[in-house]
Design a protein around this ligand. Sequence first.
Ligand code: GTP
Length: 288
Amino acid sequence: MGASGSGKTSMRSLIFSNNPASLTSRLGATIDVEQNHVRFLGDLILNLWDCGGQDAFMDSYLATQRSTIFSHVGVMIYVFEVESRNESEMVYYADCLDALKTYSPESAVFLLVHKMDLIREPKEPVFEARKKQLLDATGDTVASIFGTSIYDESLYRAWSQIVHSLIPNATVLSKHLTTFADACSATEVVLFERTTFLVIATSSSSQSQRSALDPTRYERTSELIKAFKYSCSRIREEFHTLCVELDGFTAVLDEMTKNTYVLVIIHNPVIEVSAIKLNIAMARRKFE
Ligand code: GTP
């Protein structure tokens, strides 16, 4: 949900259709609702509704289509352009929350303050002010708020959290990944969804190990690999696996299951890449 031009279809085309940000300016306005189905992990299918934001469509969602649009919602993602100060946007937003409370009271709410790239540094005070304004308008609804842009990794951070909140067995997955990480002597193991490269789950490393790692590593990896996959597709090559051996650490990214990729990070120079790959091959059956 969100006003027309706020960037909903752009983010969908980047994350779910692997298009680059530069092509989003060619997108036309969404007419009514466009639906996407993405298969995550076996039987788990993400059903994504991109609701065109022109006023006539919003009026229709909130009146005649109210029960259709707002029933069985897992999460509502409302996109606000960071610089827009449109009064009617807040009225629509409040009405959407109202409809959600009636038809899907259990659903989570994510607010994306989008097009953060248009703001000059320092961005933080602008984001905080917008966040406060949205939270004040939200009343008692608990919402997670992210600053996003299609031109950097921030979009992957927000969407990974959104998808993570929808995965019913995320903690079990995380437990299995931790066992796998221990078996490989890995510092960290991360599971990505194959098409979107969003983070599904990670192993839980110790506090001291974690503080030494870059806090933006997950979303930056998603963004980099997506860009690399796009480059591969332009020369008609398919992306399969990636190994990086640098002074101090080894990283192996390989297929785990039909719908997932696994990234194994190892800081022990004695462990060979082939041993990591063998471990991934042996773990595959367990994760299928
Ligand atoms: P409707 O389909 O009418 O509801 O609009 P929408 O919310 O789907 O907007 P759309 O994705 O079509 O984006 C509108 C314009 O915003 C496009 O020209 C995009 O290139 C641009 N845009 C999207 N995301 C960003 C962003 O993060 N930063 C900047 N600067 N522009 C963006």
